[in-house]
Design a protein around this ligand. Structure first.
Ligand code: PGA
Ligand code: ZN
Length: 420
């Protein structure tokens, strides 16, 4: 048995330049660290992110009290625990906090420790991290969903929809998936330039041109796919994250234009763009409490062809996932570790989602770091897809690069996961 010797945390910075927490867990001879990510379009039911709201020195954004809690309470509690007993460690963390949304210690403090423990366990055992999750053989690589045009809360343009993504469905292996995305992104850059628009990027590395119409963004992507020599909807598919929480007021939505319309009308518009642009996946099409709207959409579209993904709806929370399953809300779930706060709880949600036949999509946050844990998590949980931004900004590319390394380690026999 390897025991935890001590845990130390520090305040570092994320990709948006905001403070975040890094925890380092020590055994006798080794240590591992992990950095917690942070979202911008967060769901109400997410676990609590502890920030020093009254500390003016960091505009209320520092995480120094969370750091202190790791260095004192958490370190004391976990000292001497078996590093390989992740479930026990996570239960100890959950109980030490004692609240539903982890608001005492902060899910950011808890998660950084939980992930660092997981990494250290693999390091001590000298096995690759991806081999330490749910599956032990027949590993498959996830399809990347690359966010190539950023809107909503992730950019300063007027685009209603938050993320316009591409998924290289034709790719037979991960390296080929990367090449396909690379080509499409380069063609998209040229098209945006030709229009005299800026090719600067948003928080997740996708372009954030000053356009304010969803269809304009979709037309650009379709053209980029075509110019790359690929077929839209076959070789490369368009996927969306609407993040509809941000577009909801008085039971109406402003998804497709600035004006707010009913759920029924919004669904009609969804049907139109699904057909016109051959869209294969829509995340958070409606708000986090609008269960009836989700179910109506599921009944209106061909769910064998289109993936409906719950992100803010489920917040990687087992109770909410069960509710969504009973309600017929979606057929896929987005997985974000910091929405729930521990590795074990995240794995419980993935396990349940897969039992009920949901696709699992592992995701970064819009504020992220050089930490590549989610790449290993995606492979080790047999998740079909990974969403970790575009081919820009090192915190995004780092995850893709880790998947390239994993593919290389697995050798010729490794396949891509099934998406349908
Ligand atoms: P967030 O965005 O990290 O800002 O929540 C990502 C998403 O909505 O999927
Ligand atoms: Zn989302």
């Amino acid at each position: 048995m390897s025991k935890i010797l001590k845990i130390r945390a520090r305040q570092v910075f994320d990709s948006r330049g905001n403070p975040t927490i890094e925890a380092e867990v020590y055994s006798k001879n080794l240590s591992s660290s992990a950095i917690c990510p942070s979202g911008a379009s967060t769901g109400t039911y997410e676990a609590y992110e502890k920030r020093d709201k009254n500390n003016k020195k960091y505009l209320g954004k520092s995480v120094l009290s969370a750091v202190k809690l790791v260095n004192t309470k958490i370190s004391k509690k976990l000292k001497g625990q078996n590093i390989h007993d992740q479930e026990r460690i996570d239960v100890l963390l959950i109980n030490l906090d004692g609240t539903k949304q982890k608001s005492n210690l902060g899910a950011n403090a808890i998660l950084a420790v939980s992930i660092a423990v997981k990494k250290l366990s693999a390091k001590i055992k000298k096995i690759s991290l991806y081999k330490t999750f749910l599956i032990k053989k027949n590993f498959q690589l996830p399809y990347p969903m690359m966010n190539i045009i950023n809107g909503g809360a992730h950019a300063n343009n007027g685009l209603r929809i938050q993320e316009f993504m591409i998924r290289p469905d034709k790719a037979k292996n991960f390296s080929e998936a990367m090449r396909i995305c690379f080509i499409v992104i380069n063609n998209l850059r040229n098209l945006i330039k030709k229009k005299g628009l800026s090719t600067s990027v948003g928080d997740e590395g996708g372009f954030a041109p000053m356009i304010n119409n969803n269809n304009q963004a979709l037309d650009l992507i379709v053209l980029a796919i075509k110019k790359s020599g690929f077929k839209n909807g076959k070789d490369v598919s368009i996927c969306l994250d609407v993040a509809a929480n941000e577009l909801f007021k008085n039971n109406k939505y402003s998804i497709h234009s600035r004006s707010y319309v009913s759920v029924g009308k919004s669904i009609k518009e969804y049907e139109k763009i699904i057909n016109k642009y051959k869209i294969k996946s829509i995340e958070d099409p409606f708000a986090e409490n609008d269960w009836t709207a989700w179910n109506k959409l599921m009944k209106s579209i061909n769910t064998n062809k289109v993936q409906i993904v719950g992100d803010d709806l489920y917040v990687t929370n087992l109770e909410r996932l069960k509710k969504g399953f009973l309600n017929g809300s979606s057929n896929s779930i987005l997985i974000k570790l910091n929405q729930i706060g521990t590795v074990s709880e995240t794995l419980d949600v993935i396990r349940f989602a897969q039992i009920i036949g949901y696709k699992t999509i592992i995701s970064h946050r819009s504020g992220d770091s050089e930490d590549t844990f989610i790449a290993d998590l995606a492979v080790g949980t047999n998740s079909n897809q990974i969403k970790t931004g575009s081919l820009a900004r090192s915190e995004r590319v780092a995850k893709y690069n880790q998947l390239i390394r994993i593919e290389e380690e697995l050798g010729n026999n490794v396949r891509m996961n099934k998406i349908r």
